[in-house]
Ligand binder design. Structure first.
Ligand code: PMP
Length: 355
């Protein structure tokens, strides 16, 4: 078995893979891939998936949960269009590649974007602090976890304006106070399920208030909410597998249990990075991500040897993103501590032979 440290799509629990694979062959006598999304069987899957999202995150009354398509990338556009009000202004925090993409998509639909905080001056290796949140904006947008740069917001930005968050790479990894947000969105393919579904958690009072003159039906969350997330054919397989994964999460301590396991994994790896002289972390310590751990070699000339060693240990997906270099260990919910221990053993052994 390989140890998957990939940034996403990523590992899901083996039990979920098995149940999901079984349903491809036989789901009440048909394949999950061939049943009608209007069938009672699938309607109940969709309802259970939506209700498990609410249960797992403690979503308060007055919010709607939707499973759409298009990934978080279309989410950038959907968020901007649905949150647009009279001022057509929005405040965005720029913490890396995905935040930048969110900014450019908001501009593309006619929003006057004020980037009031950014960590671009240091290649996004920290989370900006001490910023002034604009008061004249329709909404504020940020990215809770920066998958590429290995930084994460450990506090929710304080604002009285409607708050929107791209939580693609840390949703379901820890508890979150949903009541602070008007909209949360996330591509499924990290902690939720297979690629294909995009989750939206949206405050009901937001729906139907867009001032955009351009709002195609598919991009209008009100239309999806009216049809209980079944306006058109949903990503059936992704929703089904996400539902199985949410059941698994709830049977294993919910998001609190996941948070404890994730902290144990991340602490172990950061400890090794900080104490092993051959490695150094690339993100500012107080802003380190518990999901994506980015690190570098202190001596690049011994890179080949390290690469050979982790490859031989059946580790995959450790190569860093080209915009940071070095390594990135993504440790989503389903990555077991035993896989992290394999990486730690490789790092220790590398230090023994090279140090
Ligand atoms: N936002 C974040 C934080 C991400 O990590 C990603 C994908 N890695 C995206 C957005 C884009 O997501 P998608 O591929 O679902 O469009």
């Amino acid at each position: 078995m390989k140890h998957n440290f990939g940034a996403g799509p990523c590992i899901l629990p083996q039990e979920v893979f098995k149940q999901s694979a079984d349903a491809v062959i036989d789901f009440n006598g048909l394949s999950i891939l061939e049943i009608s999304h209007r069938s009672a069987d699938f309607v109940s899957v969709m309802e259970e998936a939506r209700s498990l999202v609410k249960k797992a995150l403690g979503v308060p009354d007055g919010y709607t949960v939707l499973f759409l398509q298009g990934g978080a990338t279309l989410g950038f556009t959907i968020a901007a269009l649905n949150m647009m009000r009279d001022s057509k202004k929005a405040g965005y925090i720029n913490t890396g590649t995905w935040a930048k993409n969110a900014i450019s998509e908001a501009k593309a639909v006619g929003i006057n974007v004020n980037v009031f905080a950014s960590s671009e001056d240091q290649n996004f290796n920290y989370i900006p602090k001490g910023y002034q949140i604009p008061s004249d904006a329709d909404f504020i947008h940020y990215t809770s976890n920066n998958t590429i740069f290995g930084t994460q917001f450990h506090d929710i930005p304080e604002t009285s304006l409607p708050l929107v968050c791209d939580m693609s790479s840390d949703i379901f990894s820890k508890p979150v106070d949903v009541s602070k947000y008007d909209m949360i969105y996330a591509g499924a393919q990290k902690n939720l399920g297979p690629a294909g579904a995009t989750l939206f958690i949206v405050k009901d009072e937001v729906l139907g208030k867009s001032t955009s003159s351009f709002l195609p039906k598919y991009l209008n969350l009100q239309k999806h909410a009216e049809k209980d997330s079944m306006m058109n054919t949903p990503p059936v397989f992704s929703v089904y597998t996400s539902m199985l994964n949410l059941r698994y999460l709830m049977e294993n301590g919910g998001v609190q249990g996941a948070a404890e396991r994730n902290a144990a994994k991340a602490n172990a790896l950061y400890h090794e990075i900080d104490t092993n002289p051959l490695f150094k972390g690339s993100a500012s310590k107080e802003d380190r991500s518990l999901m994506n751990v980015t690190f570098l070699l202190t001596d690049e000339s011994i890179k080949e040897e390290f690469d050979r060693m982790w490859n031989e240990a059946e580790i995959v997906g450790l190569k860093g993103h080209r915009s940071v270099g070095g390594y990135r260990a993504s440790m989503y919910n389903a990555l077991p501590l035993s896989s992290v221990n394999v990486l730690l053993d490789v790092m220790k052994e590398f230090s023994r032979v090279k140090g």
